[in-house]
Design a protein around this ligand. Structure first.
Ligand SMILES: [Zn+2]
Length: 320
C-alpha cells in the first residue's frame, strides 16, 4: 500500500477499528469458555458476546493487539510503516510522526509487530536448493549499555554519535532458498541463482550442534544445501538430502557460490545499522524478522493487508 492510499483509507481511529473488526469477523471468533462460534456484537463496548454461554470477548482479545492500550490507528500506522517501504523506521521516528508523548509503548508495539512477522514466516520451511552462511551483526551487549545510548540519543536530538558504547558481534545463520538458472546475456552480471525466500536466525554459538538444530527447524529435509567449508556445517548431511560444502579460496568466489545469502546479509546490515544504530542482543532477531518478512514478500501485492490479517490471527501465547 502506498502511504497516500493509507491516509485515504484510514483517516482516523474509527476507520481502523471497523476494518479490524471486519477482518476478525471473517476469521471468526471462538468463545474461550465453551468454544462456541456464534456471537452477538456489543457495539457500545467493542465486545463479542457468546450466544450460548454469554461469555464476552473484546475485539482485541487473543490478537496481536491483546491488552494494548494504544489506539487502533497507532497499530495500523505502525504496520503500514513497517510494510510499505523497503526501509525500516526507528521507534523514535514513529513516535514523532504519531505525536505520542512516550517512547516506550511505541517501541514495544513495533517489536510486537516484528515478532508476529517472524512467527508468520516460521510457518514455512525452506526447500529445494538452499544457500547457508553466517553473518555477523553489531549489537549492544547489555541493557545498561543500551539505556546509556538511548539517553545519549535523546540528549543529542536523536542523532547517533559514532564510537559510543562497546559493541560486539552477534552470529546469525542466514539461509536463502535459491535455484540455479541459466545466465542470460542481458543479465550476465547477475547471480546465476534466483532467490525465493530467506531466513535469518540468531545463533548462540557456531558449533555444529547449534547450527544443525537450527537447520532442522527451518529447512525441509528434502532440500540440498550449499555452504562454505566451515566446520559447523559438517553434519548437515544427516538432516538434509544433500549437502555440498565448497572450500572458498578466493573471496570473490563467494558471490558466485553463495550469492543470495551475501546480498541479504549486506542489505540487512545496511538497513539495520542506518536506522537503528544500537541494537540490543535480545532484539536483533525481531529486526531480522522484519527484514525477512519484507524480503520474502517483495513481489506480493498488499503486504499491509496481509500484515493486518496476520495481526488478527496472531495467537497470544508467547510473551514478547
Ligand atoms: Zn461461550
Amino acid at each position: 500500500m502506498k502511504i497516500q492510499e493509507f491516509f485515504k483509507q484510514f483517516p482516523d481511529e474509527q476507520s481502523c477499528k471497523v476494518h479490524f473488526k471486519a477482518k476478525r469477523d471473517k476469521q471468526g471468533v471462538v468463545c474461550k469458555r465453551c468454544q462456541g462460534q456464534d456471537h452477538y456484537w456489543l457495539s457500545t463496548r467493542d465486545q463479542y458476546q457468546c450466544k450460548v454461554c454469554k461469555f464476552r470477548t473484546t475485539l482485541r482479545s487473543g490478537t496481536l493487539l491483546h491488552q494494548s492500550q494504544l489506539p487502533y490507528y497507532y497499530w495500523y500506522f505502525g504496520m503500514m510503516m513497517l510494510t510499505s517501504t523497503k526501509k525500516s523506521f526507528s521507534a523514535l521516528e514513529i513516535q514523532r510522526q504519531l505525536g505520542h508523548l512516550y517512547y516506550e509503548p511505541i517501541w514495544y508495539m513495533l517489536h510486537k509487530i516484528r515478532h508476529s512477522m517472524g512467527k508468520r514466516d516460521d510457518n514455512y520451511l525452506l526447500g529445494n536448493e538452499v544457500e547457508l552462511d553466517e553473518g555477523f551483526f553489531e549489537i549492544v551487549p547489555n541493557k545498561e549499555m543500551r539505556d546509556k545510548i538511548v539517553i545519549e540519543l535523546e540528549n543529542n536530538d536523536g542523532k547517533y554519535k559514532r564510537g559510543k558504547g562497546s559493541q560486539k558481534q552477534a552470529t546469525v545463520l542466514v539461509m536463502a532458498e535459491s535455484i540455479t538458472v541459466e545466465p542470460t546475456k542481458k543479465y550476465r552480471h547477475k547471480p546465476n541463482k534466483k532467490v525465493r525466500y530467506i531466513k535469518m536466525k540468531l545463533l548462540k554459538d557456531l558449533s555444529k550442534e547449534t547450527t544443525n538444530a537450527q537447520v532442522k527447524q527451518v529447512i525441509d529435509t528434502k532440500a540440498s544445501a550449499t555452504t562454505d567449508g566451515a566446520n559447523n556445517y559438517n553434519d548437515l548431511a544427516s538432516n538434509l538430502t544433500d549437502h555440498k560444502a565448497v572450500v572458498i579460496q578466493d573471496k570473490k568466489e563467494t558471490s558466485k557460490i553463495l550469492p543470495w545469502v551475501h546480498i541479504a546479509i549486506s542489505n540487512a546490515k545496511r538497513l539495520l545499522l542506518d536506522v537503528h544504530h544500537s541494537i540490543g542482543e535480545e532484539y536483533l532477531q525481531s529486526y531480522l524478522d522484519e527484514f525477512c518478512y519484507k524480503f520474502n514478500r517483495k513481489y506480493f501485492n498488499s503486504v499491509f493487508d496481509r500484515m493486518v490479517t496476520n495481526s488478527v490471527s496472531y495467537k497470544w501465547n508467547v510473551n514478547v
